[in-house]
Design a binder for this molecule. Structure first.
Ligand SMILES: [Zn+2]
Length: 464
């Protein structure tokens, strides 16, 4: 009589004793239809071909009780509607619920527009195609699950991260697009430009590594995280250094392993690029810097991988919370000024000058609701914590999360599960500069980070 009950009770234990299984897959998401709009600048770019392929790099982990999926997509930013569609499709294919799936954009500036920003508008066909492909990539990773072991590593690369916002003598800082001269910092001021004082913060040079192998030690996937906006220099379409890193790290840690998937997720790089404005400009041909940066970061990652200790008895967890954050909307006076500027360019096929581009952004932001939902997620893989924020997060916020996390090894993936623009701290807002200028690329309330940080602490606490 007791026997059947006993068997039932033992089933979950047996599954757990089996330990971790994992699968990875790099799904090609390069569009089939050209030309295609490319966002990332004030003006739209139309790409006629792909310089190198775009991917959704997917990793599925399963501890026998809980499954997690991570998809890092070669895109500039992915709006929450597209994320929701991709997650719903992935759930249908794998059974993994939306809150256990993390979908992020690498922030390559050479991918098809899927979020309308400045003068680029998405192509509805590609938006649907990308959702389907991301879901199919997660399903393919899910199908490939095999007994696995996992470990965490960290390295540093100080040579490729610099704060791009510089404090500068006031006389040298141009007026902002709203006609104000209140900015105290300037983004990308130019090499050794006159009046430079100091960069406005410190970057995070850490490379975090989640390495996944078969039980026998064959490399399956490496999820890396580095806080660098992007590099640039390739013609669109391109996966920028994110794709180049994936290729290079594969050569270094998994040569000959055709199924291995290298993944570079974006950390907290809202104010970080790879240009040292304190020094002279580095001369480089098209695409050269991408290769140099990818090689440097991949070599440091590979060195750290050699020291990683693996285990298969890890448990997984996920938690999500939703905030309603205020939108910095234009005032009536702002809108009057904006309409006047736009009237001067009436009939032109595209707007010229940042004043007009931001004037249009003001009219579009006026239609936004007063608050927007912002999804904050945490994943736990053993003693590794991953915080996911749908913004271009300033480096100091990521450093704060690492310092205060209740988990031993924590990093943040930005531009995850939606797109809510830049996330400066209130103190950085006070300094002004591009990342704070009100537009669809920067619209959350000034105090947003003071609400997001406790929300991150809450979800990290939950998964712990
Ligand atoms: Zn950006």
């Amino acid at each position: 009589m007791f026997r059947p009950a006993l068997v039932l009770l033992l089933l979950p234990l047996a599954a757990q004793a089996d330990g971790l299984s994992a699968g990875a897959y790099a799904m090609d998401v390069t569009p089939k239809k050209f030309p295609v709009s490319v966002n990332g600048g004030f003006s739209d770019v139309q790409a006629a071909a792909a310089h190198d392929p775009l991917h959704a790099r997917c990793l599925v982990l399963d501890d026998g009780q809980t499954k997690l999926a991570i998809a890092v997509v070669d895109s500039c930013m992915i709006p929450r509607e597209l994320v929701a569609d991709a997650k719903a499709r992935a759930k249908k294919l794998t059974g993994i619920p939306a809150d256990r799936i993390l979908i992020s954009a690498t922030h390559t500036h050479y991918a098809p527009t899927v979020a309308g920003v400045f003068q680029s508008e998405p192509d509805a066909d590609y938006v649907r195609y990308l959702a389907e492909k991301v879901a199919a990539g997660i399903a393919a990773a899910h199908d490939r699950r095999a007994p696995a072991r996992i470990g965490f590593g960290r390295a540093r690369d100080e040579t490729n991260v610099f704060i791009r916002r510089w404090k500068r003598e006031h006389a040298f800082i141009p007026a902002d697009p709203f006609g104000n001269t209140t900015d105290r910092v300037q983004m990308n001021p130019g090499h050794q430009a006159k009046g430079l004082v100091e960069s406005a913060a410190v970057p995070d040079p850490e490379i975090c590594l989640v390495s996944v192998q078969t039980r026998a030690g064959k490399p399956l996937a490496l999820l890396a995280n580095y806080s660098l906006h992007y590099v640039g220099g390739n013609p669109a379409l391109s996966a920028d250094y994110f794709g180049a890193f994936a290729d290079r790290v594969k050569q270094l840690v998994a040569a000959g392993e055709t199924d291995f998937v290298g993944i570079m997720s974006n950390g907290t790089s809202g104010d970080v690029n790879n240009i040292n404005f304190a020094g002279a400009a580095i001369k480089a041909g098209p695409g050269e810097r991408i290769k140099v940066v990818a090689d440097s970061v991949a070599k440091k990652a590979a060195e750290a991988c050699a020291a990683i200790e693996y285990r298969s008895d890890v448990t997984l967890a996920a938690a999500t919370t939703e905030l309603a954050l205020g939108v910095r909307k234009p005032t009536t006076a702002d809108l009057d000024r904006a309409r006047k500027i736009l009237n001067e360019q009436k009939g032109k096929p595209s707007l010229t000058g940042s004043a007009a581009v931001y004037a249009r952004e003001s009219t579009l932001l006026a239609k936004y609701p007063d608050t927007v939902p912002v999804t904050i997620q945490a994943l736990r893989i053993g003693d590794i914590g991953i915080a996911a924020i749908p913004c271009e997060v300033f480096a100091e916020i990521g450093l704060q999360i690492k310092k205060t996390s209740p988990l031993k090894n924590t990093f943040t993936i930005e531009l995850a599960n939606g797109y809510n623009g830049y996330l400066p701290t209130p103190a950085q807002h006070a300094l002004g500069g591009y990342e704070t200028w009100r537009a669809r690329s920067s619209y959350l309330e000034v105090g947003a980070s003071d609400k997001i940080l406790p929300a991150v602490a809450e979800v990290l606490g939950k998964v712990k």
